[in-house]
Design a protein around this ligand. Structure first.
Ligand SMILES: Nc1ncnc2c1ncn2[C@@H]1O[C@H](COP(=O)(O)OP(=O)(O)OP(=O)(O)O)[C@@H](O)[C@H]1O
Ligand SMILES: [Mg+2]
Length: 304
């Protein structure tokens, strides 16, 4: 698949603080790419560098295989901070002004208004808009010049559950329209619900990178008990065990990828042991995310 964005060793320091440390990432066409990380992990700084509003300290990146010139950046729409619109002008008028500044066709306005579901409210003054509507107008504005890529920084920040759901639906619609989306979020749930791929940042370091669907694979745990003195030893011997931990009267076996509870059950049975207790547990994504963040291991390169 075509590479939209390629980041090579991108670094940003503010004095002694390293906000983004040697970041390597690739985003392919059609992906909804989530940058997930707690507050201060370097998401906004990264997006700022990608949009050319923050100067990088070292490293590089390319859009569509080309260096990031202002010409290339025209193919990218972004909602970075709270955008500035004129409060006493209507949404429509604000978009007309934006179209002029961006040299985007005014004829695109009805389409983008429709997409963000502001049709019917476009002649109301901006100051009368709800927070969710303001955010949607910002997205509409970023879409005015029909960009290939849309960048969103915390698109649902401060919105109520209804507003959050609306924004998520709109993101999905835009993605279905064929656009590549890069969004920063500190919400695991958000990334899980709208993204196809994601990266996890922690204090500027890349901790994890891959498809959202892959998370949870090979992460099966089996809780097992049996009336056998050497059960713990036997479980260690099982080829599908990654780790074995004793918890109260049971053992908790973390399975290797491709192994499941039935394999473990069969192994025990072949040894003449009948399990008195056998429960399969999947690690929640939440737990995995916390583990990724707790890991000391930093990724300095990515698999292609
Ligand atoms: N202009 C600046 N001057 C000094 N330090 C900065 C500046 N901008 C960002 N930082 C620091 O860089 C680090 C990363 O900040 P950044 O805003 O990129 O994080 P973030 O992941 O977007 O966080 P949040 O989830 O709170 O938006 C933080 O420690 C922040 O204080
Ligand atoms: Mg931020």
């Amino acid at each position: 698949m075509e590479t939209v964005l390629s980041i090579n060793g991108l670094t940003k320091t503010f004095g002694r603080l390293t906000a983004v440390n040697n970041l390597h990432l690739e985003v392919k066409r059609g992906q909804v790419f989530g940058m997930l990380g707690p507050n201060g992990s370097g998401k906004t700084t990264t997006l700022g560098m990608l949009m050319g509003v923050v100067n990088s300290t070292s490293g590089s990146f390319s859009w569509f295989g080309q260096p990031p010139t202002s010409h290339v950046r025209k193919k990218i729409g972004a909602v970075l901070e709270h955008p500035i619109f004129y409060p006493y002008l209507s949404g429509q008028k604000n978009l007309e002004l934006m179209a002029m500044i961006k040299e985007a066709p005014v004829a695109n306005i009805p389409k983008v208004l429709e997409l963000v579901e502001l049709k019917g409210r476009e002649h109301d003054k901006y100051k009368t808009y709800s927070l969710g509507m303001k955010q949607r107008l910002a997205i509409a504005s970023a879409l005015l010049n029909d960009p290939i890529v849309l960048i969103l920084d915390e698109p649902t920040n401060g919105l109520d559950p209804m507003g959050i759901a609306e924004i998520r639906e709109i993101i999905k619609k835009i993605a279905a329209d064929g656009k590549t989306i890069i969004l920063a979020s500190h919400l695991l749930d958000e990334v899980q619900k709208v993204c196809t791929h994601f990266a996890v940042l922690k204090r500027g370091n890349l901790m994890h990178y891959g498809p959202v669907d892959d998370v949870g694979k090979g992460e099966e745990m089996v809780e097992v008990a049996a009336y056998h003195d050497d059960l713990g030893v036997l479980l260690q011997e099982f080829i599908g065990s990654a780790t074995v931990k004793k918890e109260n009267n049971e053992f908790l076996v973390m399975m290797k990828e491709g192994y499941h509870s039935q394999d473990l059950n069969r192994f025990l049975f072949d040894k003449g042991i009948v399990a008195s207790h056998l429960i399969t547990k999947k690690k929640t994504l939440e737990k995995q995310f916390l583990e990724i963040l707790a890991e000391g291991q930093v990724m300095n390169s990515i698999k292609k």
